[in-house]
Structures are given as C-alpha cells and as structure tokens.
Design a protein around this ligand. Structure first.
Ligand code: UDX
Length: 452
C-alpha cells in the first residue's frame, strides 16, 4: 500500500519506517526542509535504538522516502497518517493547530479516495474536527472525494519505539466505516500474524483509549511514589513493598517503580489534557489532579533528600553535586519534563554547582544549559565525580547500575549518595562508608533526619 505520514517526530518517523520495513511504500512528509533534507542524506534527527539502520535500509530499498511537497504525496497515497505534535497550550489542553493544519493540507490536495488515520494523541472529538476541516477544503475546491477519518493512536515508548512498533500488543482502529476498517487491517496485517491484535471501536472510544492508557500508567507511578513517601516516614522499605504487591497478578510487577517522578513528552501533557477535557465536560477528575500533584512534588524529592542531609538548603551553598543521568529515562536523549531539570534548577537556586553526565543527552543538555558557570558537562560517569561532594543518580542507565562503591566513597567529598531510582543496595553502599538515601527506603528515618 502507499502511505503518507505527516510529521517526522518520534511517532511519525518510527511508524513510517516500520511500515516500510514490512513492505509498504511510505513517504514521510514534514514542513521542516532541513529535517527532510537531512533524512534523505541519512541523518536521523532523534536518538532511538535500532531506528537508524532501519531508515537507511528502507530508504536505500526505495520503500521509504522523505518529502516536503504534501500535494504530490497526497495525490498518490491510500492511507494518510497524521503524526504531528499536540503540545499543551496555555491552559494544558492539547493544541490541535498542527493536526488541523495537516487536515487542511490534505483537503487542499486530495484527489482520490483515501483513509486518513490520526496517530497523534488528540482529545476526544478530534476525528470529527479533522473530518470537518478536510471537507471544508474539498467544498472550497468544489470537488467531491470520498475519504474516511480513523482514530489510530500509537502506544510506542521512547527508547523501545522500534520494537513496540514492530511488535504491538494492540492496534486500535477507531472507525465505524467497514471499508476504512478493512483498509487499516490490510495496512497492519504484517504486524498481526500470530493472533488478532486489532481492536475495532468507534472514533471517540479510540481517542479516549490513548489517554486512559497513559493516565492509568501515570497513576500507577504516582501511587507508588505516594506509597514510597509513606514508607519513608514509617521506616519501611518500598522496594520490599513493591515485591510484595507486584506478585499479585492483579497488580503486576510492571510500572510500579517509585522514583524521581515521571517525565517525558507524554505522561505530563496527557494527564493534564485529559483533566482539562473532563473539566470542559463538567467533570472534575480528582484522581488525575492527584496524580499530577504527587508527581510535581516527587520531582523535588531528590533535592529535598540532599537538603535534609546538609541540614537545610543553606548547607548546599558552594557544594558540588555529581548528577548521573539527565534524560527523562534510559535509552533516549529526550530531556522533556525530565526530573533532572527540576533537580538542577533547585541545586542552582541553592547555590550548588553541578557536574553532570548522561550517555546520550549531552547534546540536549548543552542546548538547554550550555554556558552556565554552575554546570560542567562531563564525558564519563567518573569525570562527573571529580571534585564532587555528593552524587545524585537520576536516570537508571545501565552504565550506572554497578559502580565501585569504595571508589565512590574515595571520590565524594561528603560521601553521600541520593539514589533517585533505588538502584543500589543500601547496605552495600553504607558498608563502603557512604550515606545512602533512596526513594521511600526508610533510611532517612533511621538516620534521624526525617521530618516525620
Ligand atoms: C509513554 C507510554 O509508556 C507509551 O505507551 C505512550 O505511547 C507514550 O508515553 P514514554 O513517555 O516513552 O512512553 O515513557 P515510559 O517508559 O512510559 O516512562 C514514562 C516515565 O515514567 C519516565 O519518566 C519513567 O522514568 C517513569 N516511570 C516509569 C517510573 O517512574 N516508574 C515506573 O515504574 C515506570
């Protein structure tokens, strides 16, 4: 089939590439000329494991191409995918201007029957707005072309996006039109071999499914962070509690890791947008409100632990803190809404200096914070320790999993570690002569520095 994918961000580029990989003829369209030129020359604008070789191979094989000329691409395509961003606007609602701009572009160029599939995360009711925008352009041209709008949300995770896309656990097709559903099933047939993964539903349910999935996952995390905060105060270890509850299959082990708060491009904006949608429909989503509030506080947790160790924020003045991990999670260079950013801002405000290292996010960190005198970007985990008083582990990259604690004890002036992901065995760290603070591990209580 011939597929046009609008938007070459995470979703668009990964989806387009995976569709080409299984044999479709895909053109990725973007208004950003530099990005399209770069892609044609094999420059991949994002770091995503496994993506680059797949883009290069499919481009070389002639199945994957890149273009800025929407009109020519629309004229050839059977399926038109909208995969542009829906950033939050001032009040936290999803900004649909990019999605609707693509819809109008499609309406201005459509000349043969096609299915328009919306992959962007969009509020309930957007399929109707996309349909109306395309119809208005067609009417203005005085042409009648058959088209259907399908809601087809994606569920890929950054850092595992290629795998998620090649091996989806479900494919949501939101449409009440049997022919459009048939087209989507043909498109996804190569991903749907071993068992039926396509779930067909109406557009609005499909749109809400995406928000509900992300909101549920964000809720699990905020719930665990809340339990961790209770554990800390009562002297329990949340890691034991996690194992204890995860063994119940109704709860499960996935996505119940307490930490420095969730970040990234999806959870924060989607929880907010769903909360706004609910409010616009006269309902106050109290669980979503709480999920957001707990997360906002959790992002200050690492700083709080450090400040407590130093007897208050003033104690951090002039200290040097090594920060391991800047990306919002491992295997990505993405720092959007990353907990590291909150920690850095709070350390700087307290007059501390930072030596930071991340395996992939250094370019992004330089773009965001380059030129600051209170930040040294280092080229290895060890380099970040040089001259540091304390260590804050923010992102659980593999490179940080098993440090030599004796070496850490020698390197760190004040011999203190704040482990924002509960990676390290507290007893081992303390045996090496370091003070250890994790998230919800009851240690600060034992040390008498909790405010409980
Ligand atoms: C998420 C959804 O998982 C994906 O299905 C959707 O399509 C887009 O949003 P992503 O933002 O890439 O994907 O990251 P994810 O792996 O879900 O992690 C989100 C955040 O939650 C990270 O900051 C991570 O550190 C945090 N997290 C995750 C926890 O704090 N604890 C956990 O147990 C799991």
């Amino acid at each position: 089939m011939r597929v046009a994918v609008f938007g070459t961000g995470y979703v668009g580029l990964v989806t387009g590439t995976c569709l080409a990989e299984v044999g479709h003829r895909v053109t990725c369209v973007d208004i950003d000329r530099d990005k399209i030129e770069g892609l044609k020359q094999g420059r991949i604008p994002i770091y995503e494991p496994g993506l680059e070789p797949m883009v290069l191979a499919n481009h070389a094989a002639g199945r994957l191409d890149f273009d800025t000329d929407a009109e020519a691409v629309v004229a050839r395509a059977d399926v038109l995918m909208i995969a542009v961003g829906t950033p939050p606007d001032e009040d936290g609602s999803a900004d649909l201007s990019h999605v609707l701009a693509v819809a109008r572009t499609i309406g201005r160029s459509l000349s043969r029957p096609a299915v328009v599939a919306n992959k962007s995360t969009v509020p309930v009711g957007t399929a109707d707005r996309v349909r109306a925008a395309i119809a208005a352009e067609l009417a203005a041209r005085g042409v009648a072309v058959e088209f259907e709008v399908v809601s087809n949300p994606e569920f890929l995770k950054e850092g595992a996006a290629v795998n998620d896309c090649m091996r989806p656990d479900r494919i949501i097709v939101g449409s009440r039109n049997p022919r459009a559903v048939e087209t989507m099933k043909r498109l996804y047939a190569p991903f749907n071999r071993s068992h039926e993964r396509v779930v067909v539903m109406d557009e609005r349910s499909a749109e809400l499914t995406k928000y509900a999935a992300n909101a549920m996952l964000a809720t699990k995390i905020s719930f665990m962070n809340e339990m961790a905060n209770i554990a800390e105060r009562v002297g329990a270890d949340i890691e034991m509690v996690r194992l204890g509850i995860g063994s119940d299959p109704r709860i499960g082990y996935h996505f119940i890791y307490p930490g420095a708060g969730y970040g990234g491009s999806c959870f924060p904006k989607d929880v907010q947008a769903l909360e706004r949608t609910a409010r616009q429909h006269g309902y106050r989503a109290r669980i979503l409100d709480a999920v957001e509030a707990v997360n906002a506080e959790q992002k200050s947790k690492m700083f709080e632990l450090l400040a407590r160790h130093y007897g208050g924020e003033a104690g951090l003045r002039g200290k040097v803190v090594a920060v391991w991990g800047l990306a919002f999670k491992p295997n990505t260079d993405d720092m959007r809404e990353a907990p590291s950013r909150t920690l850095l801002a709070q350390l700087w405000a307290a007059g501390a200096r930072v030596r930071a290292y991340d395996p992939e996010a250094m370019t992004e960190a330089r773009r965001l914070f380059g030129g600051r005198e209170d930040l040294v970007l280092c080229d290895s985990p060890e380099a970040a320790l040089a001259g540091a008083d304390a260590l804050a582990l923010v992102t659980e990259w593999k490179a940080f999993w098993s440090p030599d604690f004796a070496l850490l004890a020698r390197a760190l002036g004040d011999k203190v570690i704040v482990d924002g992901r509960n990676l390290y065995p507290p007893d081992e760290v303390e045996a090496a002569g370091l003070a250890y603070y994790g998230i919800g591990r009851g240690r600060s209580l034992r040390r008498g520095v909790t405010d409980a």
